[in-house]
Each structure stands twice: as structure tokens, then as C-alpha cells.
Design a protein around this ligand. Structure first.
Ligand code: PLP
Length: 393
């Protein structure tokens, strides 16, 4: 199998699975229970909290486990909006956020909040100047993602954080695609809240976390028991949390070498596609891009057809982002980059990870040109283009 969809999810690391197993079997105790037997589970949750905190330069008590990255995003935005509604009802975000952010903001708009969706430049970057210009006296939150899931652009969070800190405005970042893949320091970036999700860094699915800087107090999003220091109710997913902790410890340790290796594979794939296939467009920047993320638009090709041909060869990638696959609408991220809708429809994201080998990239580079040629041979638009009717592509 050639798996080029690590931005959608990653394979659970075998050591993370091994660390989880005892908490699915022998150590099944409820961490909230007071007897000695449950203490093992409680200690394991706290050890994992410390591992996650260390990876982003936070303190363990600033990490609150959630059931997903989506939950953490919802909590950060709705929680800040509610807590600060006395001060104002204006939120700033970007046009290229994940739906976990965008749909939450749209929900708040229906409740009377005003949301500014910042545009990005042609490379996919939100500029700090645009953030500063958008600030209003009633702005209560800025939420800008750290790295984009569809085309990998790493946003200038530290510069944005300088502005929000100076103006005393809360800053949240959705770092789901970034944690475990690029170095992160919540202090250096001046972020007040940060979202992460374990299944993007070789941990299990269904475990997220919200970093909340000491002093930031949001009401619980999920009401019930006193878990997570009264901040997020619900019996902890102990095994999942343990797996998340183990996974982040491994990926953080491997990151320096792994990011060099993945950047080399990324460059090889980008150069190979640009060399061997005409009428292609790389989406997003060449620099300041997540290692391993490659997004290309192939003119005169429907991404669904190309994905199907790749699938038949045991090669798995995705069209834009997994969450929007199956949707006939072009990706909002590509549209924000200025990609025309017909080109957006021919877009494939190849995302590599710790199990991707150079042989996988070579095999993909051998598969793609004849597949693209075959699909173009069936395209009336391409025929028109070849006949010179369509000069503008
Ligand atoms: N934010 C970003 C940038 C993502 O890429 C994803 C998942 O694709 C999420 C949030 C949602 O995370 P989860 O799958 O844990 O709900």
C-alpha cells in the first residue's frame, strides 16, 4: 500500500498501541475513583498530560483533554465568545480554516456575532498586517490556524501573537496539522489557546486537547462530572490519552530528522510532478510549508477520476481535504488562494508521513504521468485546448 493521506489521519504507532493496551485490559479502573487500584489510570493520564505539555512548551495543568480536535476548536471559540460577550462580539479568523473553525464561527454569526474572515495571499499566508487592520474595539478573539491541512502553509503565528498580545486580545490557533510535525512553543508564539489532535501524530483517533494558558478561564463546554479539573466532564479515554502521550513523545523526538527526510521527499515529489506532467500547479508555498504536504491541481483532470485510478493501484491520496471529499463544491481553501473553480476540481493532496519511503514516491511518480495522460485523452476540454480553442489555461 502507498499511503499518501497522512493529513487525513496517521497510522497508530505500534509503541503507542503497546502503551495503550494495559489500560484496555488490566488497568481498566476509572481515574476518578478513590481506591488504590484506580490510581494507576490516574497517574497514566497525568503522565500523558505532561508529555503533551512538554511538546508545546506548556505546563501540564494548561492541557485539557477533549474527544477530538473539533471539540477543542468549538470550545475555544464558543467559550471565548461567551466569556467575553460583555466586552464585544467581534471575532477574527481566516478564510482557510478547517470547518471545525469556520462552521463554529458561522454558528456564532447566527447568534449575532460578527466574524471577519481574513483573506490569504497567493501563497496561502494570512498577513499580520491584515490581522492588525481587522482589529476593532469590540474584537474578543483572533483564531488563525498554525498550518493549513489542504496545502500546508505555516502561518506567521508569532507575528500575529505579537499584535494580539500588545492589544490584549485572546489568540487561539488550530494546530492540529502542526503538532508533532513542526516545533511549537506557545510562549514564543504568544498564543493563549491551542488545539491538537492525537490521530494526526500517530496517536489514536478520538483524543484531542485544548491548551489553555493559565489565567484564561472558559466555562466548561461539556457539563457533568469533575474530570479534567472541573473543566471538561466525561470519564477520560484513558487508553487513548496514554496513546496520545506516547505518540507525541516519539514524534517530538524524531522531528528533527524526520522533517529533513520528509522535506526531501516533498521536494522530490514536487519537482518530479512539475518535470514530468505539463499543465500542473502547486498550491500553497514552496517554503514555510508542512514537511510532507504536497497539493497539486492538474488541468483537464477530475480529481475523483485520478484518485480512483490511484486507488486501483493501491495508492491512497485525497482530493483537497478528506472532510470535503464527496462534496461537489470546490474547496474553500483553494478558492481563497485564487484557484479558479475548474482547476480546484482537479486538485489532489499527497501527504506523507513517517512510513512513507522514497520508493513510494518513485512509484507515485511513475504512476501519475500515464494516468493524467489517459484522463486528459478523455477530456473534451483538453481536446478543445489542443485545438487551440481555449488559450487561457
Ligand atoms: N483542524 C484541522 C486543521 C484538521 O486538519 C482537522 C482534521 O482533519 C481538525 C481540525 C479536526 O480534528 P479531529 O479530526 O480531531 O476532530
Amino acid at each position: 500500500m502507498m499511503y499518501f493521506d497522512n493529513a487525513a489521519t496517521t497510522m497508530l504507532h505500534p509503541d503507542a498501541l503497546a502503551a495503550m493496551m494495559p489500560y484496555l485490559t488490566d488497568h481498566f479502573g476509572n481515574p476518578s475513583a478513590v481506591y488504590e487500584y484506580a490510581r494507576t489510570a490516574r497517574k497514566a493520564v497525568e503522565a500523558a498530560r505532561a508529555q503533551i505539555a512538554k511538546a508545546i512548551n506548556a505546563r501540564p495543568e494548561e492541557i485539557i483533554f477533549t474527544g477530538s480536535g473539533t471539540e477543542a476548536d468549538n470550545w475555544a471559540i464558543k467559550g471565548a465568545a461567551e466569556a467575553l460577550s460583555g466586552k464585544g462580539r467581534h471575532i477574527i479568523t481566516s478564510a482557510i480554516e478547517h470547518h471545525a473553525i469556520l462552521h463554529t464561527c458561522q454558528h456564532l454569526e447566527k447568534q449575532g456575532y460578527i466574524v471577519t474572515y481574513l483573506p490569504v495571499d497567493a501563497q496561502g499566508f494570512v498577513t499580520p498586517e491584515a490581522v492588525e487592520k481587522a482589529l476593532r474595539p469590540d474584537t474578543v478573539l483572533v483564531t488563525v490556524m498554525l498550518a493549513n491541512n489542504e496545502m500546508g502553509a505555516i502561518q506567521p503565528l508569532a507575528a500575529i501573537g505579537d499584535i494580539t498580545r500588545r492589544c490584549g486580545i485572546l489568540l487561539h490557533t488550530d494546530a492540529v496539522q502542526a503538532v508533532g510535525h513542526i516545533p511549537i512553543d506557545v510562549d514564543a508564539m504568544h498564543v493563549d489557546m491551542l488545539t491538537l489532535s492525537a490521530h494526526k501524530f500517530y496517536g489514536p483517533k478520538g483524543v484531542g486537547a485544548l491548551y489553555m494558558r493559565s489565567g484564561v478561564r472558559l466555562r466548561p463546554f461539556i457539563h457533568g462530572g469533575a474530570q479534567e479539573n472541573n473543566r471538561r466532564a466525561g470519564t477520560e479515554n484513558v487508553a487513548g490519552i496514554v496513546g496520545a502521550g506516547r505518540a507525541i513523545a516519539i514524534t517530538a523526538g524524531e522531528m528533527p530528522d524526520e522533517s529533513i527526510r520528509l522535506t526531501a521527499l516533498q521536494n522530490k515529489l514536487i519537482d518530479g510532478i512539475e518535470k514530468d506532467i505539463p499543465h500542473v500547479h502547486l498550491n500553497g508555498p514552496r517554503k514555510n510549508r508542512l514537511p510532507g504536504n504536497v497539493s497539486f491541481s492538474f488541468d483537464f483532470v477530475e480529481s475523483g477520476s485520478l484518485l480512483h485510478l490511484l486507488d486501483m493501484e493501491g495508492c491512497y491520496a485525497s482530493g483537497g481535504s478528506a472532510c470535503s471529499s464527496g462534496s461537489p463544491d470546490p474547496s474553500h481553501v483553494l478558492l481563497a488562494l485564487g484557484v479558479p473553480p475548474e482547476r480546484a476540481h482537479g486538485t489532489i493532496r499527497f501527504s506523507m508521513g513517517r512510513y512513507t519511503t522514497e520508493a513510494d514516491v518513485d512509484a507515485l511518480l511513475a504512476l501519475l504521468p500515464p494516468m493524467v495522460e489517459r484522463l486528459r485523452a478523455m477530456s473534451p476540454d483538453y481536446e478543445d485546448y489542443l485545438r487551440g480553442k481555449n488559450h487561457d489555461r
